[in-house]
Ligand binder design. Structure first.
Ligand code: FES
Ligand code: FE
Length: 386
């Protein structure tokens, strides 16, 4: 009979150390052809987190968002429902709304020949319409894009047959986060926007995902974060174990840049979740960070193989925002983390084209779950090609 020494046995807290796994090759981060396949297979086929619902406060408010290679127009209709359309006029194809955001009083009017659509996308007027008896107005409405709301955000999907939102978005996030984090208890959809910062990152979107998934770099580049969450200095990210909440330092009063007190905990958070940080990647382009008194949500907008726009929202209880509370110290912590992370990604991006990285690098054990992301990525691309 053989026995396993106690210290070599896998435990609930520490998965067995896997052997080294290779990363993707450098060209996966630089090749415009790979990026085009990603646009088709990922961003134009999966649910994509486009806008915060509250940004479209009133009927007629709109935002245009780049999803894959398409411009998608999202607006609120007269009944208060969010609607999404391809931002293309059905006459001769002019882009309907050229601004990133705005508000119309009643209808959307094309700036080229003034075809006019209502907020449900119906073609309601066009100059000389009476002289076009063959034009079936019902067939010339804007092309509708499926839209779902979750966590207070509007998610859109360009696929002809969208995958199940329940399985591929909500279910996948809950499964990766685990019951311990009980995502519902944060009631993210009821929170208010305290701050939004945008980052124009000169790096491939996958470098940003991979960086977010690991904390091997935390001890090197995140001094403020490791002061508040000392276990991150060991290199293990909250995403390393399903449902692991990383504990605050004993002396930290809150998730702030100097460890000073934050705000009262969100009403649904119980003692087991208090003083803990949870994180999850909602594939393909959202990061969710949960702490007792606020939620931080990142949306990525991949623009090119080497450029990604990241919009980061800090969300608090409405009474905190309404009272004009000073959120600077809690915003500053993750803003610094963002800048430190994105600097690292930008430093990595040029080296992806080096012959030294032709065959990629390796994932050390604390990064092995990134291998799961790579496997998912490869399967999606293969599906998209199929
Ligand atoms: Fe829009 Fe002609 S292209 S009205
Ligand atoms: Fe980091």
């Amino acid at each position: 009979m053989t026995t396993t020494p106690a210290d070599a046995r896998p435990t609930a807290a520490a998965p067995p150390a896997p052997s080294l796994i290779r990363t993707l090759p450098g060209r996966a981060y630089t090749d415009p052809d790979v990026f085009r396949r990603e646009q088709q297979a990922l961003f134009e086929r999966l649910w994509f987190c486009a806008v915060r619902s509250a940004d479209l406060g009133r009927p007629g408010a709109f935002r245009t968002v780049r999803v894959g290679r398409e411009s998608v127009l999202i607006t609120r209709n007269r009944t208060g429902r969010l609607r999404a359309f391809l931002n293309v006029c059905r006459h001769r194809g002019a882009q309907l709304c050229t601004e990133e955001s705005g508000e119309v009083r009643r209808n959307l009017q094309c700036p080229y020949h003034a075809w006019t659509y209502d907020l449900d996308g119906r073609l309601v007027a066009a100059p000389n319409l009476q002289r076009m008896p063959d034009l079936d107005r019902t067939e010339r409405g804007l092309v509708t894009v499926p839209l779902r709301e979750w966590l207070g955000y509007a998610w859109v999907c360009l696929a002809d047959e969208p995958p199940s939102f329940e399985d591929t978005v909500i279910g996948a996030a809950v499964e990766r986060l685990g019951d311990a984090a009980a995502l519902d208890r944060y009631r993210t959809e009821t929170l208010a926007l305290g701050r939004r910062l945008s980052y124009d990152v000169r790096a491939n979107w996958k470098l940003i995902v991979e960086n977010f998934m690991e904390c091997y770099h935390c001890a090197t580049i995140h001094p403020e974060l490791t002061d508040v969450i000392p276990e991150f200095a060991d290199g293990l990210a909250a995403q390393y174990y399903v449902g692991h909440g990383a504990e605050f330092a004993a002396e930290a009063q809150g998730f702030t840049v100097d460890g000073s007190a934050g705000f009262g905990r969100l009403p649904g958070i119980d003692d087991s979740q208090d003083r803990r940080y949870y994180a999850v990647t909602v594939r393909p382009q959202v990061f969710l960070n949960l702490v007792p008194d606020h939620v931080i949500l990142h949306r990525m907008f991949p623009l090119a193989a080497d450029r990604t726009l990241v919009e980061c929202d800090w969300l608090y209880l409405p009474e905190v925002v309404d009272a004009g509370a000073d959120v600077a110290k809690s915003v500053e912590l993750f803003h610094r983390v963002n800048v430190q992370d994105f600097d690292a990604c930008e430093r990595t991006q040029p080296a992806m084209a080096s012959r030294a990285y032709r065959d990629g690098g390796v994932l050390v054990p604390s990064e092995h779950h990134i291998g799961g992301f790579h496997a998912w990525w490869a399967a999606q691309l293969a599906d998209g090609d199929g």
